[in-house]
Write a protein that binds this ligand. Structure first.
Ligand code: 5AD
Ligand code: SF4
Length: 471
């Protein structure tokens, strides 16, 4: 099976279906409302913006509750079991809404239902779900929705394939300052615990010309933060004649003030060249999210990660030497099959050595169809829970003072909104992608400001606005 580009003709066909659905929603005696929610990673949220874009074209307005919606769409995640349980719970809760409003269309799509056993379970357990579709047919949502309005029959569409690339779908962006731009889809790494390669297909990069044009357009429209997305951005462009560091260099060259950030980087492909490009850039974020997963070489091998802790630490040291103000974050899995307390202690040692600014920590979740799911997993859930809490304690202590090094510095901050806890404060992000709160007026929203850091909290910085005159 090959990765297929969705042809212009197929997209035209979908635009035609969008018009036909619009003709249907036009006959409603009220404003057509859709409630949508995307679970999981930024990539999925970005897919959700495309689904929202198609819904807008089809005449729907978005609403923030499923209760009075004409259409409910859950765009799901499969990365851990609790993400899936949440979806089952939320779809289950729609039963009454559907009874009250039998015309309501309920759709579930994305990574979770790309797994056949889950799609089957969803279909059996929730007969009132009208539409179930997988990750490779997102662009055919209008056609499937039209089929439901026209024939009223249930549809399940989860073709197995290596993946598609669809350019030119409508996007309804949820923010006017920050924009996500997927640069690649899928994954070829096959980490043994991970379901992503199975549900999102093989790695495929968008053409550099398309990415560059999209980013240029966004900056011209006034977007100030561009988040480049991919399961492993460092392997971008292998088949497209432009590698990730070169792409970053191109995207760094536009006029105006903006920040380019990206996620996620696999340490095995994170090159010194990439670090050099970040260090020499004007616009690229000084934040590296570098998932280490484990501090034990034995476990890294079982995870099929293709690096060892020595190589990882070298990379971290190099990055810190070139970008001294960098924020460094990571992902860690506790309780991988066969992990012993000795292995786990090596993870603790590694985080003590690296001193991450923050770490996203997860207890291993068995995913059917992965290699790790077949491995012996003798450690009890209670024991894994104890290790997990120990990890949280150690990282909590490290993170407590991690941001203290920024106190006294002046950081350039993109102001994003009012403080969540204190309305008097503005909240924004520094170039290191750290939350900075400070007192300021609404005229700064969506703009950059210089802020002198006065205090470090474990999750944010506090500061004072520096007036133009004082600079
Ligand atoms: N169990 C627990 N955590 C997982 N992750 C991915 N798959 C699993 C799994 N099966 C974590 C990894 C990854 C992050 C996005 O989610 O740490 O980097
Ligand atoms: Fe979840 Fe992974 Fe799918 Fe993102 S790619 S939604 S993290 S399963």
């Amino acid at each position: 099976m090959a990765v297929a580009a969705v042809s212009e003709e197929e997209l035209r066909e979908q635009r035609f279906f969008m018009q036909r659905v619009r003709a249907v929603t036009h006959t409603f005696d009220h404003k057509p409302l859709a409630f949508t929610h995307s679970y999981g990673c930024q990539q999925n949220v970005s897919d959700g913006e495309k689904l929202d874009g198609m819904l807008s074209e089809m005449g729907f307005e978005l609403t923030d509750t499923p209760d009075n919606a004409d259409l409910v769409l859950y765009n799901t995640c499969a990365v851990r079991e609790n993400a899936e349980n949440r979806v089952f719970g939320n779809v289950g809760a729609l039963k009454h809404a559907k009874r009250r409003n039998p015309e309501m269309v309920i759709a579930v799509c994305g990574c979770m239902v790309q797994q056949e056993h889950i799609a089957r379970r969803m279909k059996e357990r929730f007969p009132y779900v009208d539409l179930i579709f997988g990750t490779h047919v997102l662009h055919r949502f209008p056609e499937m929705l039209y089929g439901i309005y026209e024939k009223g029959s249930r549809t399940v569409c989860i073709p197995e394939c290596d993946g598609v690339l669809a350019e030119g779908l409508p996007v309804r962006r949820s923010d006017s300052v920050k924009a996500s731009v997927p640069i690649m889809y899928g994954c070829n790494n096959f980490c043994t615990y991970c379901i992503v390669p199975k549900v999102r297909g093989r790695e495929r990069s968008r053409g550099p010309a398309e990415v560059i044009a999209e980013v240029r357009g966004l900056i011209e429209k006034g977007y100030k933060e561009i988040l480049l997305l991919g399961q492993n951005v460092n392997s971008y462009g292998k088949d497209k004649g432009m590698a990730f560091p070169q792409l970053l260099r191109e995207l760094d060259g536009f006029d105006g003030e903006y920040v380019i950030s990206f996620m996620t980087s696999h340490p095995k492909d994170c090159s010194r060249e990439l670090i050099d490009v970040i260090a020499g850039s004007r616009h690229v974020s000084h934040h590296l999210h570098l998932p280490v997963q484990s501090g034990s070489d034995r476990i890294l091998k079982l995870m099929n990660r293709h690096y060892d802790t020595a190589a990882y630490l070298d990379l971290v040291d190099y990055a810190r030497s070139r970008i001294p103000d960098m924020q460094l974050t990571t992902d860690i899995i506790v309780g991988f099959p066969g992990e012993t307390y000795e292995d786990f202690r090596m993870t603790l040692e590694l985080i003590e050595r690296v001193k991450y600014d923050s770490a996203f920590t997860f207890i291993y979740s068995r995913r059917e169809g992965t290699k790790a799911a077949e491995m012996d997993d003798p450690v009890s859930d209670e024991e894994k829970g104890r290790w997990f809490r120990e990890l949280l304690d150690v990282q909590g202590r490290i993170g407590e003072n991690a941001y203290a090094r920024y106190v006294g510095q002046t950081l350039r901050v993109l102001c994003e909104g009012r403080g969540r806890t204190d309305e008097k404060l503005l909240t924004g992000k520094s170039r290191q992608n750290i939350i900075v709160d400070f007192a300021g007026g609404d005229e700064l929203l969506g703009k950059f400001a210089d802020v002198k850091i006065t205090k470090a909290l474990p999750w944010a910085l506090l500061g004072e606005l520096i007036n133009e005159k004082e600079k």
